[in-house]
Design a protein around this ligand. Structure first.
Ligand SMILES: [Zn+2]
Length: 360
């Protein structure tokens, strides 16, 4: 409950968070820019809803094939999926409902895009609505956010010879964001995190490859090509965040590619063409499962504030991936308390261990 209150109060403050991206300045070379740059300004969308039909009957059939732009009664959907219907949890400060399966519990708040899955935050595409005494959820959220975690089989990787590509963000002249404490650079910390992670994953039976092992600038398309040529089963891009000049924002956020038809959580000034269908969209369900698993493990180990699993469409290292792929923002170098943690090697070891635990 407090969580949702906090989200509402804090929602307006988080709009510009991101690696080295400051308001009213040209975007610097960035991990997140697509190689083919599209720069039409677009705000982070909070509650935009494309035209959709609200219906309580007949039930919508959720298929894997095509996005369903229909609002559906959560009661009806749950019955169709043979799970228990939504249970009301609270009426204030916002009305919240839970829906459960053998996999866990999703908590949805009316009029709020942030939901929680087993206690960690997930950003929905559309805020659930309350109509005629029932909770309605957008079909794309049912298909792309609820179904993978509530109904899906857990994400699995090959038992032998499984390959992970770890991508330390930035490098060379592309230095990422800077520490508010002493101007140390994001690229240094992401590389160190990746170097710590590789042996931990190898101890768990993974073959791990880094997109860069030195302070070198590797293009985003080459990072994707590297994952492809190494036949990676999954891909993790490691970053640290900035909300400069704001010094208060803090916490962990993980991004995966926005499903086709859904508005992104984060656009950072880039266009967000809803109907774009990208190679990595073939992995929408796996992306979310992968992100949630990592998010939960890192939150538990680091004690960071939960900023949620979000969706972005513009991140060049994710768009072309033919495997589950996520981008982790491991904390804010623009916040002095968090920057002090990130600069501490023991904290980066903790982050690495959390990722390895998630991939056991
Ligand atoms: Zn970064």
């Amino acid at each position: 409950m407090f969580k949702f209150a906090g989200i509402i109060l804090g929602g307006a403050l988080v709009i510009l968070a991101g690696c080295a991206t400051q308001p009213n300045e040209p975007l610097p070379p960035n991990w997140s820019a697509p190689d083919a740059v599209v720069t039409a300004p677009a705000p982070r969308m909070k509650k935009s809803v494309p035209p959709a039909v609200k219906t309580n009957s007949p039930p919508v059939s959720i298929t894997k094939a095509a996005p369903v732009l229909t609002w559906t009664s959560l009661n009806r959907w749950a019955a169709e999926q043979k799970i228990s219907g939504p249970a009301k949890l609270a009426s204030s400060p916002v009305t919240t409902y839970s829906v459960s399966s053998k996999n866990g519990v999703m908590v949805l708040a009316i009029g709020v895009r942030e939901a929680t899955w087993n206690g960690v935050e997930i950003h929905l595409g559309f805020a659930p609505e309350f109509i005629d005494g029932q909770v309605f959820v957008h079909g794309l959220d049912l298909q792309k956010n609820l179904e993978p975690v509530l109904l899906g089989e857990p994400l699995s990787f090959p038992a032998t010879n499984r390959v992970i590509v770890i991508d330390p963000g930035h490098g060379g002249l592309n230095s990422g964001t800077i520490s508010v404490l002493d101007k140390r650079l994001e690229k240094e910390f992401t590389l160190d995190w990746a170097r710590r992670l590789k042996p931990l994953l190898e101890a768990e039976g993974w073959r791990g490859f880094l997109t860069r092992t030195t302070d070198s600038d590797v293009s985003l398309s080459n990072r994707v090509a590297f994952a492809e040529s190494h036949h990676a089963d999954c891909f993790i891009s490691l970053h640290f965040n900035s909300a400069a000049p704001d010094k208060k924002e803090s916490g962990l956020e993980i991004y995966c590619l926005t499903p086709t038809g859904m508005p992104s959580t984060l656009t950072r000034g880039y266009a967000d063409p809803l109907n774009e269908k990208l190679p990595n969209n073939a992995f929408d369900a796996g992306n979310l499962q992968f992100a949630v698993r990592l998010h939960s493990a890192i939150l538990g180990a680091s004690g960071e504030m939960d900023r949620g699993v979000g969706r972005a469409r513009f991140m060049g290292v994710l768009r072309g991936q033919k495997r589950p792929a996520v981008l982790i923002e491991g904390g804010f170098l623009s916040n002095s308390t968090e920057a002090a943690k990130i600069e501490n090697p023991a904290f980066r070891q903790k982050l690495a261990e959390a990722v390895a635990v998630a991939l056991k």
